[in-house]
Write a protein that binds this ligand. Structure first.
Ligand code: ATP
Length: 202
């Protein structure tokens, strides 16, 4: 559990996590990140924010947002204090974290914000749009990922590395398995595996 922060009148601040990604599709690696973050950070609420289009994958033709969202709903159904935030798919276009974090900060002006990212994204943080402003608004929490160097949070970002067990799952490999008709039962929650069978997305 993180140390509780206090606001100017001495009350304990709510802690809110933000976990963005393309989730194309959601998999057990994402579910692990959500679970570990809720527990280790003692979050009051975790917002899962599917992107309309990632700035880092501008050419990627993603599965339709409605399908990615439906699979996320199924994957996260059992996770308490975890909810979908559809602001990026509703804004459409390229999704920038600074817009998302500003909107969350407006919605929860008294909260301490934690932005979750996998270790593969940590080194790119200084290149994110309005990086300095972003670094001011949230604490960055890096989740270890197999094949990635021991993660660090680059300047000027403040943050920490989550302990969670690294999980060797990526959406790219999962899409390849689905396209090849290989079993995916170990890669996604059972309800997601069932839904993927009928959706024919990849
Ligand atoms: P792709 O393979 O299509 O690039 P992905 O599996 O990395 O996708 P994203 O939706 O891009 O999934 O990831 C959203 C966030 O979750 C990113 O910050 C990413 O680093 C993190 N993440 C994804 N899979 C894992 C995992 N197995 N362990 C830790 N973090 C992960």
């Amino acid at each position: 559990m993180s140390d509780s922060a206090l606001n100017s009148s001495g009350s304990i601040l709510q802690s809110i996590g933000i976990f963005g990604g393309t989730f194309d599709p959601v998999h057990n690696g994402h579910v692990m990140v959500a679970r570990v973050a809720l527990e280790e950070l003692g979050l009051n609420r975790l917002l899962i924010v599917p992107a309309a289009q990632s700035p880092f994958k501008p050419e990627a033709a993603l599965a339709p947002a409605a399908a990615r969202v439906e699979l996320l709903r199924l994957a996260l159904a059992d996770l308490q204090r975890c909810e979908l935030d559809l602001q990026e798919v509703e804004r459409e276009g390229v999704s920038y974290s600074i817009d998302t974090v500003r909107a969350v900060a407006e919605r929860f002006p008294e909260a301490q914000l934690f932005y979750l990212i996998g270790a593969d994204h940590a080194a790119t943080l200084p290149q994110w749009r309005e990086a300095a402003a972003l670094a001011e608004l949230a604490t960055f929490v890096v989740v270890p990922r197999p094949g990635e160097a021991v993660p660090v949070v680059p300047e000027p970002f403040r943050g920490q590395v989550l302990a969670g067990q690294p999980t060797d799952i990526s959406a790219r490999t999962l899409r390849a398995k689905l396209a090849a008709g290989e079993p995916i039962e170990d890669w996604v929650p059972p309800a997601v595996a069932e839904a993927l069978k009928t959706m024919h997305l990849y």
